[in-house]
Structure formats: structure tokens, C-alpha cells
Design a protein around this ligand. Structure first.
Ligand SMILES: [Zn+2]
Length: 259
């Protein structure tokens, strides 16, 4: 059985001091492919270097909506050059980008502008996107439609409604299922994960964030992805191998990864 962690911050050295050891433990647990999303420009170089020298590790550089203070206009220029450069460091997606209205007093105008600029870079480079969205799904959906963005991508750690999930799927997006579903109290997302069509689901840990039930107080690791898989399989009342099979196929299709 093989799994793909479509959203994992294994490149962040303040959380993962020993990348190779972490990767080896993930591999031993069946997690053979890991997507590293970007957060700030300062992290892109290491992220893409790790992709270059580790099999099954792919990068998605981008500017996260919550770190506006770290972003500068010339980072967008750099992102554009990075994704249009031909070479082994080529990114598989742009991420993580989107809108986050969860904290109070965020600059929604600046977030929107940053999101639209990166959407344009992804469209030009014909790359999918990794979306980070909290309390702003309708705004993100409206932006994707208005901009006629057709490359699709993954809505990471999906937290919206069933209707919103269906709207993303119609626009060519996969729905990222993370450790939130391992909590009994997360009834809404558990129900949605059980109902969505097979072709839309992909797995992720978002390590070091989103600790799983049974691992509270511990930071999250990609090697725990099989626990997300087992929970999803049991919610959908199907064997784990079946869930593993289609979630991997979906991630490969959406991110254009070779088999
Ligand atoms: Zn993330």
C-alpha cells in the first residue's frame, strides 16, 4: 500500500531538524510521496533543494495569506521566474495560497490581491494550486470563477460545507482530508468526508500542525498519515487499500505526478 501526503511542512527546520530521518520513517509507514507547500519566500530555496535531492518529494512554492508582513512585491516576480524555469527544480503546484478570514483584523484586501496575483502566475505556468482557506470559501470560489482559473488543485485541510466542497470539485479541485477527521467531535467534516465522491479525495497531514486524536500534545509527522487513511476508510465503510488506491490516483492526476 502506498500513500501520498499532499500537504506536509517537512522542510521547516524549526520543527523537523532531521529531514532524512523523518522521510525514512514516512517511507517505512508507506508514505512514499510528499508535497511540500511554500509559506514565505525565504523558505523556497530549501524546499526546492529538498525536492531535488529526495525521491518522491515535490514542491509547491507560494506565499501564504497569513504571512503578509513577510511578503514583498518582488517575491511575486521571483515566483513567476521560479515556476517558468525549466529544470529539475520545477514546482508541481503553487501553494499554499488563498484567503484566511479566521483571525480578526486581517487585511482582506491585501490577501485578495496576493491571492489573485498568484492565481495569475499559476494560470500562466499552467500549474494547479494548493489552497489554504478558512472562513472564506465563498470568496475563494467566486475569485476562481471570476478569474476563469482552470488548472484546479487541492483545497488543503478542507473545513467548509458539503455544498462548498461540491463547488470546488466542479472547478477541478480535490478535497484535502487531514487529521481533523480522527476526532469524534468533528462530526461535520466526518460526514462530508464519508459522502464526497471517490475522485475528489486526497490525504494530507499538514505536519507539524493538526495533531491526530491519540497524539495530542505531540507534533504531527507524515508517518501518521496511515491513521488518517484508516479513519477515512472506516467512515466510508471500505477497505483501507481501496481508499489508499483512489486517494493516490487522485493526487497524481491533480498534481500531474508520474505513476
Ligand atoms: Zn500548510
Amino acid at each position: 500500500m502506498e500513500l501520498i501526503d499532499t500537504h506536509c511542512h517537512l522542510d521547516l527546520q524549526e520543527h523537523f531538524q532531521r529531514f532524512e530521518a523523518e522521510l525514512a520513517r514516512a517511507h517505512a509507514a508507506g508514505v512514499k510521496t510528499i508535497i511540500l507547500p511554500g509559506v514565505v519566500q525565504a523558505g523556497w530555496k530549501r524546499l526546492l533543494q529538498l525536492c531535488n535531492c529526495s525521491q518522491g518529494v515535490f514542491g509547491a512554492p507560494g506565499l501564504h495569506p497569513l504571512y503578509l508582513a513577510y511578503h514583498h512585491p518582488h517575491h511575486l516576480q521571483e515566483l513567476q521566474e521560479l515556476v517558468s524555469a525549466n529544470g529539475s527544480q520545477r514546482a508541481v503546484a503553487i501553494g499554499e495560497i488563498g484567503l484566511d478570514y479566521y483571525p480578526e483584523n486581517v487585511d482582506r484586501t491585501a490577501q485578495q490581491e496576493l491571492f489573485e496575483q498568484q492565481l495569475q502566475i499559476a494560470a500562466t505556468a499552467r500549474l494547479p494550486i494548493l489552497l489554504h482557506v478558512r472562513k472564506a470559501h465563498d470568496q475563494v470560489l467566486a475569485t476562481i470563477r471570476r478569474k476563469h482559473f482552470t488548472q484546479g488543485g487541492i483545497v488543503h485541510a478542507f473545513s467548509g460545507s458539503y455544498q462548498q466542497a461540491c463547488a470546488y470539485i466542479k472547478l477541478g479541485f480535490g478535497i484535502g482530508i487531514c487529521g481533523t477527521i480522527t476526532y469524534d467531535r468533528a462530526q461535520k467534516i466526518r460526514k462530508i468526508a464519508a459522502q464526497l465522491p471517490q475522485e475528489s479525495l486526497v490525504l494530507e497531514t499538514d505536519a507539524p500542525d493538526i495533531p491526530l486524536a491519540g497524539h495530542r500534545g505531540e507534533s504531527n509527522h507524515p508517518q501518521f498519515l496511515p491513521e488518517v487513511l484508516e479513519t477515512l476508510a472506516s467512515l466510508r465503510k471500505e477497505p483501507g487499500e481501496v481508499t489508499a488506491g483512489y486517494t493516490c490516483a487522485n493526487a497524481r492526476r491533480i498534481l500531474n505526478l508520474a505513476d
